[in-house]
Design a binder for this molecule. Structure first.
Ligand SMILES: Nc1ncnc2c1ncn2[C@@H]1O[C@H](COP(=O)(O)OP(=O)(O)OP(=O)(O)O)[C@@H](O)[C@H]1O
Ligand SMILES: [Mg+2]
Length: 257
């Protein structure tokens, strides 16, 4: 049985239809990458999975239980099992690096300061930032902030790690570093990972499977090798960064992409 399953999920914001019918299964232990153009609904998918947005129709299941439609308390239980790296990192600037990483543990009710300190150091160690717990987020580079965000996500020892655009806005060295780190965590922590990205080189490196969202649903799902030889022009254009034929160039400017 799949660990996570989206079945016929529909979602719209007023007249703007994001999902007409999202069907996707994620197996336990798998590293799945979700690709798709800006505004196609990648972040919405992640937010529905953790209950930050509701579904209009259809169901989302986690570990055999339907979770879409749960109340806030029900979702709090689900979120304990899922680590989330937000688009942009989303650190608390008024807390030190260490307190940022400890945040989830405290929320879960951990009170033993020794346990918290050890877990914070261990998590910072995983991302190559041991000894930085006294630093302030404002003093960190973009790449370091992402790594602290990742340390915060793994500090609660989640079964699932969700990454929303983990490499966007980073220089090539930091992109490689974060990509390696995702791969390393996948192996050492024995987690299920869902990575949302437009970054094709890292998608090819880290994924067991890649799914592409377009026009309200999944239009492709397969191994990196299958993606590289996909025939669907919408998939090929995305993978190779081509401007689709018959697209009006001025439309690109309007969408801000
Ligand atoms: N809370 C919201 N209220 C209204 N519209 C929303 C909301 N969240 C997302 N949308 C709309 O839903 C669509 C999908 O948004 P989403 O953020 O999931 O795109 P994305 O694929 O993550 O794009 P990007 O690659 O730019 O991050 C967009 O048209 C967006 O404007
Ligand atoms: Mg997004």
């Amino acid at each position: 049985m799949a660990l996570i399953e989206f079945r016929d999920v529909k979602k719209a914001f007023g007249p703007k239809v994001v999902y007409r019918g999202l069907n996707l299964e994620v197996e336990r232990g798998e590293a799945l990458t979700v690709i798709g153009g800006s505004g196609q609904g990648k972040s919405v998918m992640i937010k529905m999975l953790v209950g930050l947005l509701s579904v209009d129709a259809g169901t989302i299941s986690f570990d055999g239980q339907v979770i879409s439609g749960l109340d806030e308390r029900g979702f709090a239980r689900v979120r304990r099992r899922i680590g989330l790296l937000f688009q942009g990192g989303a650190l608390f600037d008024s807390l030190t690096v260490g307190e940022n990483v400890a945040f989830g543990l405290r929320e879960l009710g951990e009170r033993d300061e020794t346990v918290i300190r050890e877990r914070v150091e261990e998590s910072l160690g995983y991302v190559g930032l041991e000894g930085s717990s006294e630093l302030w987020p404002a003093s960190l580079s973009g790449g370091m902030k992402k790594r602290v965000g990742l340390a915060r996500a793994i500090a609660v020892r989640p079964e699932v790690l969700l990454y929303d655009e983990p490499t966007t806005g980073l220089d090539p060295v930091n992109i490689a570093r974060i990509t390696d780190l995702i791969q390393h965590l996948q192996r050492t922590l024995d987690v299920t990972s869902i990575v949302v990205t437009h970054d094709m080189p890292s998608a090819f490196r880290i994924s067991d499977r890649i799914a592409m969202i377009h026009g309200g649903g999944i239009i492709f799902s397969g191994t990196p090798r299958e993606l590289a030889s996909a025939e669907d022009p919408r998939v090929r254009d995305f993978v190779h960064g081509n401007v689709p034929e018959n697209e009006d160039p001025s439309a690109v400017m309007e969408s801000g992409a």
